[in-house]
Design a binder for this molecule. Structure first.
Ligand code: PLP
Length: 221
């Protein structure tokens, strides 16, 4: 596939759900070369996502002239919060208070607040990052008080399944958790859900950002 195909599919799936223009594509460029990312940037793509800070920093520096928006989607280690808060505009994978506090404290004062999503372990998998839905309200309350980060929404990586109906279920649970927080007044606008194999189901369930790697770049090295 290519980014053109992905753009066309997003349009088609948005139309199926009467959600035209609602979905923002993040090109997941982890383990892709600077040249491969540059080619996609030349096509007009502006949002890129990485999951390892050390790997991302040279790419961000090399592609500075494109004025890309960088999203961090990996596990956040406490010793990387400084670099992440300096070089990224978004962090989709906040799942504990300590990390949120460090990101806020370390966000440079000349930059706008860092946009963050809380990562939810939506299928309660033992090996996956993210908090339980039951703990969401208390973490959201902590994050909302921090001055240099802005809570924008929720992110999840469900267990991979093939069936479209089954794919929709965890996305629907994430949307319900999102609506619940908004009923409490959080004013969230971002549901970060959907990858190469399931972004159609995610769009049907209200995704506002999808994170797509292999469907754009091909297999990772
Ligand atoms: C790698 C990754 C993606 C993209 O996965 P593809 O299957 O290549 O589309 C999306 N989200 C997260 C958190 C990832 O780590």
């Amino acid at each position: 596939m290519s980014i053109n195909t992905v753009w066309q599919q997003i349009k088609q799936y948005e139309t199926e759900s009467s959600r035209e223009g609602c979905v923002r594509l993040l090109a997941v460029s982890k383990r892709q070369s600077i040249e491969a990312i540059q080619a996609v940037a030349e096509m007009g793509q502006r949002d890129f996502a990485e999951n390892i800070c050390q790997e991302a920093l040279p790419k961000i520096a090399a592609l500075k002239q494109y004025e890309l928006t960088w999203h961090f989607i990996g596990h956040v280690q406490a010793n990387k919060t400084g670099a992440i808060s300096q070089h990224f505009a978004w962090v989709h994978s906040v799942d504990r208070e300590k990390i949120a506090q460090r990101l806020s404290n370390q966000r440079p004062s000349d930059l706008p607040p860092l946009n963050v999503c809380i990562q939810v372990n939506i299928d309660n998998e033992a090996t996956k990052s993210g908090i339980d839905v039951a703990d969401l309200e208390s973490l959201a309350a902590c994050i909302a008080k921090l001055p240099r980060i802005k809570l924008r929404g929720l992110m999840a990586v469900p267990k991979p399944v093939d069936d479209f109906t089954a794919q929709r279920q965890p996305f629907q649970r994430l949307r319900e958790a999102f609506l619940n927080l908004n009923q409490l007044g959080y004013g969230l606008d971002t549901l970060s859900m959907g990858m190469s194999h399931d972004f159609r189901a995610a769009i049907a369930e209200g995704a506002t950002m999808i994170r797509v790697g292999t469907a754009i770049f091909g297999a990772r090295t």
